[in-house]
Design a protein around this ligand. Structure first.
Ligand SMILES: CC(C)(COP(=O)(O)OP(=O)(O)OC[C@H]1O[C@@H](n2cnc3c(N)ncnc32)[C@H](O)[C@@H]1OP(=O)(O)O)[C@@H](O)C(=O)NCCC(=O)NCCS
Length: 159
């Protein structure tokens, strides 16, 4: 069965493939102070319990992705990032919707995520997608200036 979800701006969403690892590492590094090596993404892309969803055009040029970890009846959004050129076009929102849809087929019934309290764009995106803040972890994210930001833990029921 081919999995495919519609996305804005002529894009669609489909499962990530091992060959996407370097593109995901590049897009991730554009969105985060600390990037992850491509090898990390290769591992995620090869494991059934860490599904990856990519938003791409007809030529499969990747504009953004979401990476999930499934453990029993819980899912965690490990990361989501959209290429700066594609931000603000509701690609992130479409990635989350595709994720929720696909997770209906998994045992996961609740989804969690962590987000830096100073990441206003992501907090707004998650709020619109139905997540609410359930706790906070102080000093969780290192910042370039040597200080650390609080992480908000957010959750949402699935299905
Ligand atoms: C967070 C991120 C994934 C959002 O992706 P995006 O495709 O630009 O987001 P969308 O266009 O789908 O936005 C959906 C909603 O989020 C909010 N939002 C998105 N970007 C925003 C911004 N810069 N400022 C304020 N709100 C924003 C809006 O409410 C928007 O809904 P609206 O268009 O109806 O107003 C993207 O900014 C990104 O890659 N950031 C760097 C990586 C990151 O921080 N990831 C999250 C880590 S927890």
């Amino acid at each position: 069965m081919i999995k495919l979800w519609m996305a804005p701006a002529g894009l669609h969403i489909e499962p990530g493939q091992p060959k996407d690892a370097s593109d995901l590492a590049r897009i991730h590094a554009q969105g985060f102070y600390r990037g992850w090596p491509a090898g990390e993404f290769t591992s995620f892309l090869n494991e059934a319990d860490t599904p990856v969803y990519v938003a791409c055009d007809a030529k499969r040029k990747i504009a953004g992705f979401a990476l999930i970890r499934i453990a029993a009846d819980e899912a965690e959004l490990l990361t989501i990032a959209v290429d700066p050129k594609w931000r603000g076009k509701r690609v992130g929102q479409a990635l989350l919707k595709a994720t929720f849809d696909d997770l209906m087929m998994s045992p996961a019934r609740r989804m969690f995520l962590e987000v830096s309290e100073d990441n206003a764009a992501a907090i707004k995106l998650y709020g619109k997608a139905g997540f609410t803040t359930i706790s906070a972890r102080k000093g969780y994210y290192p910042k370039p200036d040597g200080s650390a930001a609080t992480a908000l833990v957010m959750a949402r029921d699935l299905g």
